[in-house]
Write a protein that binds this ligand. Structure first.
Ligand code: HEC
Ligand code: HEC
Length: 331
């Protein structure tokens, strides 16, 4: 067969059609138009938020689907085509500079999102997401409504949980510092309330804790731990003023386990996020040491009872020299 320009063009087109069919045609044949079991109609506000999401190029940094091969990034569900029925255009994005948002609804209460959209650095100090303050309050409200609907009925049930605890958190905050601390700690199971920090508060632990505090916490709880970071402008109840915890120490010997539990799980209903997906266990204990020593002048680090030993090697036990603990009362 002779290679003529016409033959080349026909050949090239055939390769193009074949690959288009495999990449676009085949997947679209597997798509269904029936709603999935978590689907629900978007409200007009949420629709407006979806438009803003598309117009502002959120999909350049965020995806809106989880496939079997990204199951491990901590999502709640594998996405199905029926999740997006009626969303025109359903731009799912391919980039993950930021986290996947397919199940974002109810991960945080509204006040966290409003603060985050106004300036992502308020809630997430080292974030590179741009500020959306220029959109104005009304559009940020619509964007928040849409983000809280991502995940359909699963998002709705998480939102219900957030709103339930939000009422309790606000009532506790308005009852004053004593009532607030009592409520906060009633959210922590008893075994954690009686647990000291198993890691010694060494200089290195405190310096690590300080660094992690600057990267994740400082713009909410503030540089001096008084809860007056920039996020306090838009979150209610505002970030905790750690110095109010000094009252807790009057009757209680331990704070390490409470700090760990709250940092790991967050305080549902408030802007306090959970960090179990961001921080490894030792980093959370380092933070716990840092908060106690820096803001309360107190640490229960490396004291008895050792509910959980951070590391345990029977043979080597007697060779271990406990370092001097900084920040103990009276030192
Ligand atoms: C330049 C990249 C970029 C763009 C554009 C961007 N984001 Fe983000 N986004 C991020 C990064 C990085 C994070 C993680 C850090 C943080 O919390 O800010 C994030 C976090 C988020 C979160 C919080 C997720 C969580 O629960 O931790 C939401 C919600 C979000 N973005 C929504 C949006 C929306 C809506 C838009 C468009 C208006 C948008 N983003 C545009 C990069 C981006
Ligand atoms: C978006 C703002 C925000 C960020 C970021 C944040 N917090 Fe919080 N934090 C809060 C709020 C709000 C509360 C609850 C205040 C209330 O209900 O009075 C809270 C409560 C807490 C508590 C509960 C204390 C107790 O005795 O029960 C701890 C501990 C805590 N935060 C530590 C941290 C640490 C450590 C970080 C960083 C890894 C962090 N927070 C990041 C807003 C934030």
């Amino acid at each position: 067969m002779k290679m003529t320009p016409a033959l080349l063009i026909v050949g090239a087109l055939m390769v193009f059609w074949a690959s288009s069919f495999i990449i676009v045609g085949l997947p679209s044949l597997t798509m269904k138009d029936e709603p999935s079991d978590i689907w629900r109609q978007l409200t007009p506000d949420e629709q407006a938020g979806l438009r803003l999401y598309v117009q502002n190029g959120c999909s350049y940094c965020h995806s809106r689907y989880i496939r079997i091969n990204d199951w491990d990034i901590g999502a709640e569900r594998i996405a199905q085509s029926g999740d997006y029925v009626g969303q025109e255009p359903a731009i799912l994005g391919t980039e993950r500079t930021g986290p996947d948002l397919s199940q974002e609804g109810g991960e945080h209460p509204d006040d966290w999102h409003i603060s985050h959209f106004n300036n992502p650095r308020f809630t997430s100090p080292i974030s590179l997401m741009p500020s959306w303050k220029f959109l104005g309050a009304e559009k940020i409200r619509q964007l928040t409504a849409f983000v809280q609907a991502m995940g359909g009925k699963m998002a709705d049930s998480r939102m219900k949980r957030q709103n339930h605890y939000k009422r309790a958190a606000i009532a506790a905050f308005e009852a004053g510092p004593d009532g607030n601390i009592t409520w906060l700690h009633s959210q922590v199971p008893e075994v954690w309330r009686k647990m000291p920090n198993p890691y010694p508060a060494t200089e290195a632990s405190l310096l690590r804790g300080k660094r992690i505090y600057q990267d994740f916490c400082i713009n909410c709880h503030g540089p001096i731990g008084d809860g007056q970071g920039m996020a306090a402008l838009q979150t209610y109840p505002p970030p905790l003023n750690f110095t109010t915890l000094r009252r807790h120490l009057v009757e209680n010997k331990y704070i390490g386990g409470i700090f760990y539990y709250q940092i790991m799980n967050g305080v549902t209903g408030t802007a306090m996020p959970y960090f179990k997906k961001h921080l490894e266990s030792e980093k959370i204990w380092d933070l716990s040491n840092y908060l106690g020593v820096t803001f309360l002048g107190f640490t229960d680090a490396n004291t008895d009872p050792r509910g959980i030993d951070a590391a345990y090697e029977e043979e080597w036990k007697n060779n271990y020299q406990a370092p001097e603990l900084p920040g103990q009362p009276g030192k």
